[in-house]
Ligand binder design. Sequence first.
Ligand code: HEC
Length: 154
Amino acid sequence: MTDKLRAILTLGGALMVGAAAMQAQGGESPTERAIEYRRGMMEVFSWNLSTMGDVVKGEAPYDKAAFARHARDLAHATDLDLLKGFPEDSVNDESDAKDEIWLQWKEFAAKFRKLQEESAKLAKISAAGNLEKIKPQFKETAETCKACHKDYRK
Ligand code: HEC
């Protein structure tokens, strides 16, 4: 095989891989991608919250440093822009998002702000490492998830 032929074959292969990657992405609509994004964020919230929840409920031992890291990660995750994962009318049959989100956008955004505020407080208290002080703030934080789900999740 000549060098030139090899170069052409390599380029052809690269183009095909590129086209396949674009097709894989293009196969998903912007709505599907937004739903995946926001659900991915929810999973990050959920894992950190439920791991701390086990400790608060006494079902797992209290490890100060590990708990503080979960609280910090939750607070950091809420710094990401969840709202951009909810472009106007981004619902499909699979999504559990209610239409009210876009009809009451300000209220919806306020529920997210509340989560940001409470999880920042939780991170701060958790860093101090007193479980009895952490417990009420953990509850406040978990309530902000429920409050939004009650109104805006099916
Ligand atoms: C501002 C509103 C809001 C807040 C705050 C919120 N969520 Fe959600 N959550 C939603 C909506 C809306 C959905 C449905 C998304 C969809 O299916 O399109 C959802 C879905 C979920 C899901 C299901 C994800 C999936 O893969 O289907 C989990 C788990 C979840 N939330 C956990 C949490 C936890 C834990 C918190 C708090 C730390 C939280 N959420 C805070 C609005 C919120």
